[in-house]
Design a protein around this ligand. Structure first.
Ligand code: SIN
Length: 446
């Protein structure tokens, strides 16, 4: 029986999350993450980055552009802020979204007052999120990140870029006013040194409290997340779904190869890594050599178990198409929302994975060995894959995916073990047991 659940509910509030803080305090990282999280749980959200509006006129400004005594610079920066705010208000007005994130320094009380007034007049709640950081190491890491990834410094000498960026920060420091008691009427969160201290003021609605809970779990320390499916299983060989089978001989070869594959992917020195598996045999077996050969701690999570296929557990797609033809067609029609009789939908999996995502955000380096559907959902969170596409993504067996969050997006690397495995990817409208993912891509499956 197909089930169409409504999107995860929020109340009717529309929220503008207003980032506050000096450059190199991780604001864009927080903004980008909050946007991805919201989209992942089904809340339409968009980031309005004032820097990109400014870049339309001044693509690669020098630090002097940001000097508060530079009148022309001030005028252009004000115009960029007005452009972003006006597009944001139009976006809300057009009914396109629930949460907008205004990613800018918003470093003076006057600027915050203006944003608050504009939003209030348009019936939009504001949530100020200030990132304060005096940990020199963290600031330095962010400066390095910006000088290598920001379009402001593209093609420039990295050392000169870092020097200029430091001067830019000093210009902002001249006028920066932290959120203080004079702004108690606003809803705000102050994150001090990446969440080591969090001050929360006046959270009024459910959606804001959920967002604040997410944001307070974030950190901006450099780290990577490794994702792997279990090694090929006995069920994979026969095309059956679900179950709790052992890994095949080739799956065992992958399990043995996994420690070396991890090393090949690059593990920074003196890094603590934790292995997470599901409670099912095939993931535990796949991770066991990695656990034995390293000092990595290991945790088993029920929430990482494969999507529950209910009455179809243990059947092949061919058998499902034969026994439950209507269900088979309904699933193809809306794979994200289709719930197996007595089982789960992708949407259900996302809901049960929310605590995993929260824990992942609190954690540093983690290797997750899990299952196809669960991995698609986790991968979609990090890589911002739209809900309708995520259930059709190809996530091959015997491949390690390394994700490294950066200020301007998540970097992905794939490491394929040279160990053959069946393909468990199934195209829309087919019941083939083992299919190849089309190399030239069929839009819906990319
Ligand atoms: C920028 O122009 O890069 C950012 C403007 C600001 O938020 O101060």
């Amino acid at each position: 029986m197909a089930s169409s659940l409504p999107p995860i509910q929020s109340d009717d509030s529309k929220i503008c999350v207003v980032m506050v803080g000096l450059p190199a305090r991780g604001k864009s990282l927080i903004a980008g993450k909050a946007m991805r999280y919201l989209a992942w749980v089904g809340i339409p959200a968009r980031v309005f980055n004032v820097g990109s509006y400014r870049r339309n006129n001044t693509p690669q400004p020098q630090a002097t552009f940001f000097d508060p005594h530079n009148e022309e610079g001030e005028r252009m920066r004000r115009a960029a802020a007005e452009g972003a705010l006006s597009d944001m208000l139009a976006w809300f007005q057009a009914g396109k979204g629930t949460v907008a994130i205004l990613d800018a320094t918003n470093s003076t009380k006057e600027r915050r007052k203006w944003i608050h007034e504009q939003c209030t007049a348009a019936n939009i709640e504001t949530l100020f999120v200030e990132s304060i950081c005096d940990d020199e190491d963290l600031i330095m890491t962010n400066i390095l990140e910006v000088k290598t990834t920001s379009p402001d410094y593209k093609g420039q000498d990295p050392e000169l870029a870092a020097l200029d960026f430091r001067k830019r920060i000093r210009n902002y420091e001249k006028v920066y006013e932290t959120i203080d008691d004079g702004e108690k009427k606003y809803t705000y969160v102050k994150l001090i040194n990446v969440g080591s201290t969090v001050i929360i003021n006046q959270i009024k609605d459910y959606l804001s409290s959920r967002l604040v809970y997410y944001i307070q779990n974030l950190h901006i320390k450099p780290r990577s997340i490794w994702l792997s499916r279990h090694g090929e299983s006995e069920y994979n060989l026969t095309g059956r779904i679900g179950g709790d089978s052992n890994i095949s001989e080739r799956g065992e070869a992958y399990a043995s190869a996994l420690p070396e594959l991890m090393r090949k992917s690059g593990i920074p020195e003196n890094t603590k890594i934790v292995i997470w598996t599901s409670t099912l045999r095939r993931t535990i077996q796949t991770a066991r050599h990695l656990k034995a050969e390293t000092s990595f701690e290991k945790l088993e999570w029920k929430a990482l178990d494969e999507l529950d296929s209910g009455v179809c557990d243990g059947l092949t797609y061919e058998q499902i198409a034969e026994k439950y033809p209507e269900d088979f067609a309904a699933r193809d029609e809306d794979k994200y929302n289709y719930r197996y009789r007595g089982g789960e939908s992708y949407r259900d999996v996302v809901i049960r994975l929310e605590p995993i995502i929260m824990e992942l955000e609190r954690s540093e380096n983690v290797v997750i060995v899990t299952h196809q559907a669960v991995l698609r959902c986790i991968y979609s969170y990090f890589m911002n894959v739209p809900q309708e596409k995520s259930p059709w993504m190809e996530v091959p067996l015997h491949t390690l995916i390394k994700l490294t969050p950066r200020a301007y997006g998540t970097e992905e690397q794939r490491f394929k073990a040279d160990i053959p495995a069946v393909s468990t990817w199934r195209g829309k409208g087919t019941s083939a047991k083992h299919q190849d993912f089309p190399a030239d891509g069929n839009e819906q499956q990319k």
